[in-house]
Structure formats: C-alpha cells, structure tokens
Design a protein around this ligand. Structure first.
Ligand code: FES
Ligand SMILES: [Fe+2]
Length: 434
C-alpha cells in the first residue's frame, strides 16, 4: 500500500514532478528506426513523458525530436515541410533544424536578426541497431546509451513489437516484475494441448522471492520446488528506470525476453516487447512462435494484431483486442483452454493492467510476500527521485551505461545447497553481446 502522495509521486511523469524529473535523467527508447524510414519523409507525432512532440528524419538522415507547436504562433509542425535539413512550418515558413535553431524566417525583413532569438524545444536523439533513443533531460552531453543486450545485437537477432497501453506506466511495469502471476494469468488449461505439469511455474504457484538492489536496478529470484531434491530459481531483472527481463532467460527459453514500459503520459504507456538471441539470427519458425496461438506468445502479431494505423501519437500500435471491446474475451476459451480467455500473453497482461483503471489507487491495495519485487522497486524509485530533487544525485544506472549488460536467467539447485543463487547464477546473468 502507498500513501496518496507517494502514489501521485510515482505515477506522474510531466516535467517538474519527482518521477518526471527522474525519468528525464535517462535515454528513452522512442521509435523503431523503421517508423521513420525516409530522409525528408513525413514527420510523425510522438508523445513522451506528457509532451506532445514531432519527430522527423532530415536530409542527412539525422532524427530530430521537437515540440509540436511552432514558437511563432503555434501551428503544429506535424504538417511541416521536411526539406533541406530542417522542418518548415507551413503557416509562415519558419524553419527549424534538429537542434531547434530557427534557420529561416522568410516573413521577416532580410536584415532582421529575430530568428537568432527564437528557439524551439528540441531533444537529442541517437540511433542504434534499429532503435531511436531520445534524451529529454538537462545535460548537454548526456552519457552513452544504456548497453542493453537487446539493443547491442544485430537487428536479425532481435524481434521488437510495441503496443499502446491505456493506463499508467507503473501498473504496467509492476506486471512485468511480478512473476507470480504467470502461474495463473498465463496458465494453459487441459484442452490447450500443453502439459502444465511440465512447467515448474505451473506446478509450484507460490514461489518464495528474494530481491537485491544492484548498480542498475533490482535482481529478483523466485524459488520454486522443482522436484524432491531440487529448487528452481527463476531469475528476473528490473533495470532503471522502466525495463524488465523475463525469468529463465536463455537457459529455459529459446530467446531472452523483456520489456520497456515507456510513459507517453500519466494514463498511456508504450510497451515495448523484445526477444533476442545473443549469438545468432532468429529462424522464420522462431518469429512465428513469438505471436501465434497456441505457443507462448508474448508479442502481439504484427500482421492482424493491430488496428489500421492512425496519425496520432502511437497510432500504429493500437491492438485489435483492446479495452474498448473487452479484448474480445472468449469464455469458451477461458473454460477449457486458458486461465483468461484472451489468446495472447501480451494482451492478457494488457487486459489486467488496464482493468485496474487509468491510474490505480494504491491506497487500496494489499501487498503480500509475492509482491516483494514491487515493494523494492517502488522504494528505489521514490528514494532516487528524492535524492535527485534534494541533493542533485544522479539516479542508479543513469551515468553507468555499462551496468546494463545483464540478462535474466534460471538455475536448478539442490535443496540442501548452502550456495547463494546469486553467486551460482553470476555468469549466466552476464550479457555477452558487444
Ligand atoms: S505559426 Fe509557424 S511560422 Fe507562423
Ligand atoms: Fe505476464
């Protein structure tokens, strides 16, 4: 349970709020490079941390991220002409480059230097392996991009989908670090043709959790009884400010899975789902398995899973099964096949997360021992936000991109072993991709 004040602190993302300022200390994944395919192509609307923004790829290929409204009299730069290394407002022709400088002001006398006094809000962007990152913080020279393995591998070794969530980012992310829900929400039932008894997550549905703070976030171990003599440890990762990695990693799955829960505003989240293989490209069959029922489908299918794209921010990533149609829940499926009658793991998550309301009122919750990762992460966020505000201290991970070189994992351990799961899993948790 949280106080009303802490709940507000945690969930608000605009500039000037504690978490809004904290989030602005980090690089944020903004777009897939393929969403801005052409130089001088059409600009796109994006929304990040409550700000309405426009992004475009200029003549030289550089990505710009600027305020929506022209600083002259406010026309939207979404309609701008993307030409000759800048975006020109269609109202009176003022033109801006990716740094936000006004480089042309054709409706003022030639001798005027008014354009030197006008500056448009602009944020730095960097591109790596198919992802465009944005930095909305105060540093002129921000640190390197975080060395997350899924963005260090070549593009044929990673598969990324996004989906637009209609709720606050914190309750979305908390679903990503609460792994005890997998034995319920994602459970296949008798007719699904999957033998639940083969999965330890389905056999032992009351895991014991151990959590530890690290130099990038929080390491989470979930211990389940595997058989008479052994425990299994499902090891997941939370990385500041909003990344999670699914337990098991490459040890239990053909690919490592994870999420980035990126706040668009207080009530909307762009959820990134990533699967990656550190050593080799995915096969066609593996791509299919990521989103085709009845496999373990954490991705929403790119074909058929999304509504026709609109020009709104995030408008290409609205799922066909969504809050407005109750995710087309199928009670026949729910009776015999799946614990929740929604045929996709990602959408099952989205369903419960959005069902809590746009911003869940955490004064009403009752946390148990299975929620220990959530409790620790909330402490970390609130402490880091306070230390930033009161002492100007950079939050965990924001200045140490190399600390992100980790993976989730899984191990089996003898029940009478005296060794710590943390020590035993050390090598398995280290990312190798450079
Ligand atoms: S409003 Fe953009 S140039 Fe006038
Ligand atoms: Fe889930």
């Amino acid at each position: 349970m949280l106080s009303k004040t802490d709940n507000e602190r945690l969930t608000q993302v605009s500039a000037g709020t504690p978490m809004g300022d904290l989030l602005r200390q980090y690089w944020l994944p903004m777009l897939l490079s393929e969403e801005l395919p052409e130089r001088d192509g059409p600009p796109l609307r994006v929304k990040m941390l409550g700000e309405n923004l426009i992004t475009f790829r200029d003549t030289s290929g550089k990505v710009g991220l600027i305020a929506n409204n022209c600083p002259h009299r406010g026309a939207s730069l979404f309609f701008g002409r993307n030409e000759e290394d800048g975006l020109r407002c269609v109202y009176h022709g003022w033109k801006f480059d990716t740094s936000g400088a006004c480089v042309d002001m054709p409706n003022e006398p030639a001798e005027s230097n008014f354009k030197a006094k006008v500056h448009l809000t602009a944020y730095q962007c960097r591109e790596r392996n198919g992802v465009v990152w944005a930095y909305m913080g105060p540093e002129e020279n921000p640190p390197e991009l975080p060395a997350l393995e899924w963005n260090m591998v070549p593009q044929d070794q990673v598969y990324i989908t996004k989906r637009l969530g209609q709720c606050n980012w914190v309750q979305s992310l908390e679903g990503g670090i609460d792994t005890s829900h997998s034995g319920f929400l994602h459970r296949p039932l008798a007719k699904a043709g999957m033998d639940s008894s083969l999965s330890v997550v389905q056999r032992d549905r009351a895991p014991r959790f151990e959590v530890m703070e690290t130099d990038y976030g929080v390491l989470v171990g979930a211990r389940r009884s595997y058989d008479e003599t052994r425990y299994s440890w499902g090891i997941s990762q939370f990385l500041m400010p909003f990344y999670s990695m699914i337990p098991g990693g490459l040890v239990w799955s053909p690919a490592i899975g994870g999420h980035a829960w990126v706040p668009m505003d207080d009530e909307t989240t762009m959820t990134w789902t990533v699967s990656w293989h550190p050593d080799r490209p995915f096969t066609e069959e593996e791509y299919q398995r990521m989103h085709v029922w009845p496999n373990y489908d954490i991705h929403v299918g790119r074909v058929g899973g999304f509504l026709p794209a609109t020009s709104e921010a995030g408008g290409a990533w609205k799922t066909v099964l969504n809050k407005q149609n109750d995710y087309m829940i199928d009670y026949d499926l729910q009776r015999d096949y799946r614990f929740l009658g929604v045929p996709n793991i990602g959408l099952q998550d989205q369903c419960v997360q959005e069902s809590m309301g746009p911003i869940y009122d955490r004064t009403k919750e009752h946390l148990g021992s299975a929620d220990s990762a959530i409790i620790r992460v909330r402490h970390l966020w609130l402490r880091a936000a306070q230390a930033l505000r009161e002492q100007g201290l950079a939050p965990v991970g924001s200045q140490s991109p190399e600390s992100y070189r980790v993976r989730s994992s899984g191990i089996l351990q003898e029940k009478d072993s005296k060794e710590s799961w943390i020590e035993v899993s050390k090598d398995l948790r280290a990312a190798k991709a450079r």
